[in-house]
Design a protein around this ligand. Structure first.
Ligand code: AMP
Ligand code: MG
Length: 430
């Protein structure tokens, strides 16, 4: 009987993966098993100046912002009731009784017929209930730098509260404004500074040790002899690890010898790594020793994951430190990082959300797979409000250029063997 006749259609109408795929571990199962071994590293207290990109280790409760009623414009603090009849042709004249620059604290109480010159951000004096913009008076911008005039003509009426930023108008005391597990962005730091926060509890950066394995690998500085290739995974993976907010211990290349591999793993332990990542040496090749070394110094699971690229994946513990062994092919290593290491690192780092945001995209070409959960290198572009995805050339797991040209990984779920042009899929924007 042919394979085709045995296949079943799933509810979306696509053929399910053939039965042989069923003894592979699903991507989701592999992720769950890995994640169950990670919890956040400890917190440390750091000055706000170095907290950009760090993960917050506490919730932040606000006090009132702004802290006092202040002017949103340069102009004149007034009593709105005085100006009900003010117009350009019949302006109202007010007596200017004070000059309030930003940073000062007025001790006057305004009464009817009076105004106080005021700058943006300066406290609105008692008695005043609105600020008339300088452009709506005879004391306009040409007078910048001059002292306050004795009187001012108001050309417009104004509503109570206009151009006044009242205390607590942006944030009220007691409001939770930032949350444990969020990565601090520029604007978050600004808001914390507004509250006068000088030191902040954040999770320390996880330490991630990285090694490449294989006799054929040479450092970039070396001239290659026949059969050798440059170690590219070290560069790709250390950049990914650093961008994910970790310290990278780049241990270099372990040749295909147990003692050499073990010595790099021991270095990782000596450096107090929170996680050890390797690439290559975990498939079924005769010289794939990584698994043996980990197994004899800890625990090892070796999985065949129902995904493409990157089916082999090793996970375990080396002397108590979690270990993830990625496949060696450069694209497989990258995809393996995105699928398994990024969430694990996120959990170590204390992040609340460890998954990438996905975009729903429309296919600009039909795509086919073999029923494994497939990660295609794609370019996602917006055309008239819709995101369209097309693939970047051949999808061989050694073809790193196709990843260089990509700005997204397009995900074809397990069990789906083809998607038509115009069909929809999820994509991770890189
Ligand atoms: P392996 O997992 O050891 O069977 O390696 C699979 C393929 O990936 C082989 O073609 C290796 O030469 C290649 N490869 C393994 N590690 C690296 C690396 N660090 N940089 C570039 N290519 C690699
Ligand atoms: Mg190898």
């Amino acid at each position: 009987m042919s394979q085709k006749s045995k296949r079943e259609r799933n509810p979306k109408g696509w053929y399910n993966a053939p039965a042989f795929a069923m003894n592979l571990l699903s991507v989701h199962e592999a992720q769950e098993r890995i994640l169950s071994h990670f919890k956040p590293v400890e917190a440390e207290t750091l000055p706000l100046t170095v907290c950009a990109g760090r993960v917050l280790a506490t919730d932040i409760i606000s006090s009132d912002l702004p802290l006092f009623d202040n002017s949103a414009v340069d102009g004149f603090a007034v009593m709105a009731g005085d100006l009900v009849h003010a117009t350009l042709i019949s302006p109202l004249i007010l007596r200017v009784v004070a000059d309030i620059p930003a940073g000062s604290s007025p001790d006057i109480i305004l009464t009817h017929g009076q105004a106080a010159r005021i700058m943006t951000g300066a406290p609105v004096p008692k008695g005043a209930d609105a600020v008339l913009m300088v452009e709506d008076t005879d004391f306009n911008n040409r007078n910048a730098g001059a002292g306050a005039p004795p009187t001012v003509k108001a050309f417009k009426s104004i509503k109570v509260g206009e151009n006044v930023r009242t205390r607590g108008m942006d944030v009220k005391t007691g409001h939770k404004i930032l949350f444990t597990g969020s990565r601090l962005r520029a604007q978050d730091l600004g808001l914390l500074a507004m509250l006068g926060t000088s030191n902040l509890p954040v999770y320390r950066k996880p330490n991630v040790a990285l090694l490449s394995s294989g006799d054929e690998l040479m450092p970039v500085e070396s001239r290659l002899r026949p059969g050798q290739v440059h170690d590219s995974n070290s560069y790709t993976l250390s950049a990914l690890i650093a961008q994910a907010g970790c310290e990278v211990y780049s241990l270099g290349i372990a040749p295909d010898r147990k003692d050499a591999i073990q010595s790099l793993f021991d270095q990782a332990i000596a450096m107090n790594a929170d996680l050890i990542i390797s690439s290559a040496g975990v498939s079924v090749g005769a010289l794939d020793y990584i698994k043996e070394v980990v197994e004899s110094n800890g625990k090892l699971d070796f999985w065949r994951v129902n995904m493409r690229p990157g089916k082999p994946l090793a996970f375990g513990e080396y002397r108590g430190v979690p270990f993830i062994g990625l496949p060696g092919n450069p694209v497989s290593a990258f995809v393996g990082f995105e699928v398994f290491v990024r969430p694990a690192i996120g959990q170590l780092a204390g992040l609340k959300t460890v998954t990438r945001t996905t975009a729903r995209v429309r296919l600009a070409e039909a795509i086919e797979s073999d029923g494994r959960e497939s990660y295609f290198r794609a370019i996602v572009e917006e055309r008239e409000g819709t995101l369209f995805a097309k693939l970047t050339g051949h999808q061989g797991s050694g073809n790193l250029l196709s990843l260089v040209q990509a700005n997204a990984l397009l995900i074809m779920p397990a069990g789906v063997k083809s998607l038509p042009i115009g069909g929809q899929a999820d994509a991770w924007i890189l």
